[in-house]
Write a new protein. Structure first.
Length: 139
């Protein structure tokens, strides 16, 4: 078990923040001019911050369509967040923000820093050392 913790410790090198809109849409106000729901400010509460990782679920597949031409399928917007087991259980619509990295040499993917991801499913897996949830890119 200790060996698994060491390996996981090397993966969890992103600084993550988990934000929750505790009121959901119930506290949003209707803008009668535009017809849009407007969130009150501030609307989200910081639920957790710590080390974790956000990773793509997979790479685009190469397929051979008619006439032998090779094309790349569109990339997925699905990612997975890997958090320590001690992190709180996340709910659908919680938001995970990549705040930075503690990885020597910089983040694995510098373009993820500052990005926000919406939790799309409750925990899809829990191992003895990590919690895994599916997330989708918001911005």
């Amino acid at each position: 078990m200790e060996g698994a913790r060491r390996v996981v410790g090397r993966i969890l090198d992103d600084k993550l923040e988990v934000w929750r809109d505790s009121g959901g849409h119930a506290d949003d106000l209707l803008d009668e001019t535009t017809g849009a729901l407007v969130r009150p400010t501030p609307d989200e509460v910081l639920v957790w911050d710590g080390l974790g990782a956000v990773m793509s679920l997979g790479r685009p597949a190469i397929t051979k369509p008619v006439d032998g031409a090779v094309s790349v399928e569109p990339p997925t917007t699905d990612y997975q967040a890997v958090l320590p087991v001690g992190a709180p259980v996340l709910r659908p619509d919680d938001v995970i923000r990549v705040a930075g990295s503690v990885r020597p040499g910089g983040p694995r993917d510098p373009q993820l820093v500052g990005r926000r991801f919406r939790v799309s499913d409750e925990s899809v897996g829990t191992f003895s050392v990590v919690r895994i949830v599916r997330v989708q890119v918001i911005n």
